[in-house]
Ligand binder design. Structure first.
Ligand code: NI
Length: 227
């Protein structure tokens, strides 16, 4: 399941993130790759744990914490500190699967990557190519979103970024471990949550059926979640 989170960051916040990261030193993108991905990857990124990555990453984590849509879709248990990459002309990231387990260097923080997140940090008109292509369950999806929008997709999917042919594509990317490991269970919960939100809008939160459905949502979450 692929979920877009529109306007995760507003225009001012995108500008603030860009100011922080654009002024920082960038390194070869293979610093975080496994051996298979390293063969496919040609881009630049901010050094993991660098002051700029940490400062800009905190802004993104705060925005995630304020997004009910992100929470409902991802049901995050642990989120990897956001990383930042950019692709100039001719740069690309060929087809790969993300590593199943991410271990943060120099710490005991680790997670199982259930979901991958990209936060777009450049106006799509400012570059050509640089499309995120995800081969999921339901077919191949092509994603290129406005600056400040995010996309969440299964880390288990094959995916790639098409070559940039003009301009620079700048983004944040990271992984998360969901409280609900199974993609299908998580998708059911998300569908139920969205229906309950709509019904609450129509009938009010005090409606008996809304209360019962909300109970069902939480009882399913209780059954399936590691919290
Ligand atoms: Ni990837």
């Amino acid at each position: 399941m692929m979920i877009s989170v529109p306007d995760l960051l507003d225009t001012d916040t995108v500008a603030r993130v860009r100011q922080i990261i654009d002024a920082a030193p960038w390194i070869n993108g293979n610093a975080t790759s496994g051996p298979q991905a390293a063969l496919a990857k040609n881009n630049e990124q901010l050094a993991e744990g660098s002051p700029a990555a940490r400062e800009a990453g905190t802004i993104i984590l705060n925005a995630l914490g304020n997004s009910p849509l992100f929470f409902a879709a991802a049901l995050p248990l642990k989120v990897y500190p956001p990383l930042f990459n950019r692709y100039g002309e001719g740069q690309t990231f060929g087809t790969h699967v993300d590593n199943a387990v991410r271990i943060q260097r120099g710490s005991d923080f680790r997670l199982r990557s259930d979901l991958s997140v990209t936060v777009f940090l450049e106006d799509p008109d400012a570059y050509d190519g640089g499309v995120l292509v995800v081969e999921d369950y339901f077919g191949t999806q092509q994603v290129k979103l406005p600056a400040g929008h995010a996309v969440v997709y299964p880390s288990s999917s094959l995916h790639h970024v098409t070559p940039v042919t003009r301009g620079v594509r700048t983004a944040s990317f990271f992984w998360l471990q969901s409280m609900v490991r199974d993609n299908d269970a998580r998708r059911l919960l998300f569908g139920l949550d969205q229906s309950i939100q709509r019904l609450t809008g129509q009938l009010g939160g005090g409606d008996r059926s809304v209360i019962e459905l909300t109970g069902t949502y939480h009882n399913l979450l209780r059954r399936w979640a590691d919290a």
